[in-house]
Design a protein around this ligand. Structure first.
Ligand code: TEU
Ligand code: CA
Length: 531
């Protein structure tokens, strides 16, 4: 039996921004439940929810203060249970974001740990007499002095996100209990946050620098980490049909490929493909090929270009709608498990601000502070802050015009797209040419064709700005032609018995020798191999 997640398309929901159900302006479980029919209609069958546990939200929930409850902003445990049940009834599985690497500094474990040097939980976190040069991923030192006991504690992210000591068996046990709890609440798996960070080098050697930039040599991907992850995987996989996707914080395929497979995480996020900064079809193609070559039989890539940590790809890639459709087509037809980021399906764009007081993201605010400290003007610092800030992709889902908060206060270097206001669900639902309708068609197509879900590449090519591939399960072959260039192409030799499936530029096409692919067109056809 093929595992369900191999045939799934996931949809990431950033908890506070998807749908407010009780009118306090913050997204919640009641809101998500009310949109399950929308999600079902869209055609996704997996949801990834960002952290929903009680949290001071210094880093929007990635600073968990209680692993066994629902944050009151998002509702109650009863709301959560209703949501899971309703999702399952619609054939939609749910994975929970779990932060095993660190807890909030407000978590009772840390409060106990910091209370005295001989507290039994002292060793649950990483305490040292002196800091080394390790930098936090949000900027500044990764060590914070604590006055109570005169020692420093380690935090790879904000100082309110304290790294746990995973070499301590009690920590491991405590986290396995957490996983058990949520698995029994019927979540279908976890997205494991920064899972390659669980171990740091116990020599505590300084990290080297390349120019100004620190290389994180000793604070992630350390020895023993793979064993720990295999233990986590073995524990979770005792429960039938549970899925693990790891956020391995790296764009290096050589590193990423260590972390997935039969005995390990089911998949990891392929930042080597998804993180491409500016649009470059050849780079994306090379990412696909490299991954295909590097991965073993038991490893499957993931496909995504946006997330709550990144600029939305439509903005990152220049804002062009045709191009966005081509990227969506690639994401939903290439080999791998796709993760759609909420709002991308209607073409939502990045948000920026000209007012630092409106910025929420800790990474942006930290960037601002450090920029000012290094002598930059407040205007320059604001630019840095906007670059670093992940608020850009975290604005509320635009269900209708009223939800549009985007571009009212833009800094001078941003151009507001003319059609920005039309980017909402209400306007797009009944428009066959909308982004939303296109996503639905793609998802429908993927659902109907096993070769798009589990098929191997029969070919994977790049020529003059066109990525093309064929995927087959032995019975049928789906051929995807993605012309990212501004030039019309004619493709020959694709085979016989061809059938038109979908295009971004036309509703039908006579297929014979020599298939014309328009500029910026995504064209999907199929070849029937046998019956
Ligand atoms: O992100 C981990 C991570 O590697 C980030 O540094 C990410 O690359 C960066 O924010 C990109 O700008 C995870 C979560 O996805 C993120 O939201 C959290 O802030 C972080 O862990 C800490 O828990
Ligand atoms: Ca609410």
């Amino acid at each position: 039996m093929t595992k369900w997640w191999k045939q799934s398309v996931f949809y990431e929901i950033y908890m506070p921004s998807f749908k407010d159900g009780n009118g306090d302006g913050i997204g919640d479980f009641a809101g998500i439940s009310s949109k399950l029919d929308y999600l079902k209609d869209l055609g996704v069958n997996g949801l990834w929810l960002t952290p929903f546990y009680p949290s001071p939200k210094v880093d929007n929930g990635y600073d968990i203060a209680d692993y066994y409850e629902i944050d009151s902003d998002y509702g109650t445990m009863a709301d959560f249970e209703v949501f899971i049940k309703e999702a399952h009834q619609r054939g939609i599985r749910v994975i929970a974001d779990l932060v095993l690497n660190h807890t909030s500094s407000a978590h009772p474990w840390f409060q106990e740990s910091k209370s005295s040097k001989d507290h039994p939980k002292r060793d649950w976190y990483l305490w040292r007499n002196e800091p080394n040069n390790w930098e936090s991923f949000f900027g500044g030192s990764a060590w914070e002095y604590d006055e109570t006991t005169g020692q420093y504690y380690y935090h790879a992210f904000a100082k309110e996100q304290v790294d746990l000591n995973w070499t301590n068996p009690e920590v491991k046990k405590a986290m396995f209990d957490v996983m058990k709890f949520w698995l029994e609440k019927e979540v279908d798996g976890f997205r494991l946050d920064v899972i390659n960070f669980l171990k740091v080098n116990d020599s505590y050697q300084d990290n080297p620098y390349v120019g100004e930039e620190q290389t994180h040599l000793y604070d992630k991907d350390q020895e023993g980490i793979l064993t720990t992850i295999e233990e986590i995987a073995a524990f979770v996989h005792q429960y039938p049909d549970k899925f693990l996707v790891g956020e391995v914080g790296s764009e290096d395929l050589e590193i990423l490929k260590r972390y997935s497979g039969l005995e390990s995480l089911d998949v990891v996020f392929n930042f080597n493909i998804g993180s491409v900064e500016t649009f470059d079809s050849e780079r994306i193609f090379r990412g696909l090929v490299a991954t295909e070559e590097a991965y073993r039989e038991d490893q499957i890539p993931t496909l995504f270009f946006s997330s709550h940590d990144m600029s939305r790809f439509i903005s990152r890639f220049g804002g062009d709608l045709d191009r966005a459709k081509l990227v969506a087509a690639l994401m939903l037809t290439a080999k791998g498990v796709p993760f759609i980021y909420f709002g991308d399906e209607i073409g939502m764009r990045d948000w920026v601000t000209d007012d630092i007081n409106k910025m929420k993201d800790v990474q942006g605010l930290m960037g601002y502070k450090l920029a000012l400290e290094s002598g930059k003007t407040s205007e320059e610092a604001l630019r840095v802050a906007n670059e670093k800030s992940r608020d850009k992709s975290r604005t509320p889902m635009q269900w209708d015009e009223s939800e549009f908060v985007g571009f009212s206060d833009v800094p001078p270097w941003i151009t507001v797209p003319d059609d920005a206001l039309e980017v909402n669900v209400a306007d797009q639902l009944d428009d066959p040419d909308s982004m939303l309708s296109f996503y639905k068609s793609l998802l429908g197509l993927r659902g109907e064709h096993a070769s798009l879900q589990v098929g191997d590449y029969e070919f994977l090519r790049y020529e003059d700005g066109m990525i093309s591939f064929g995927r087959t399960d032995g019975i049928e072959k789906v051929i995807v032609l993605l012309n990212f260039s501004d030039v019309v192409r004619v493709v020959d030799g694709l085979g016989e018995n061809l059938e038109f499936l979908l295009s971004t530029k036309r509703n039908d096409l006579e297929l014979g020798e020599g298939i014309t692919v328009f500029e910026n067109e995504a064209l999907i056809i199929k070849e029937v191999l046998s019956r």
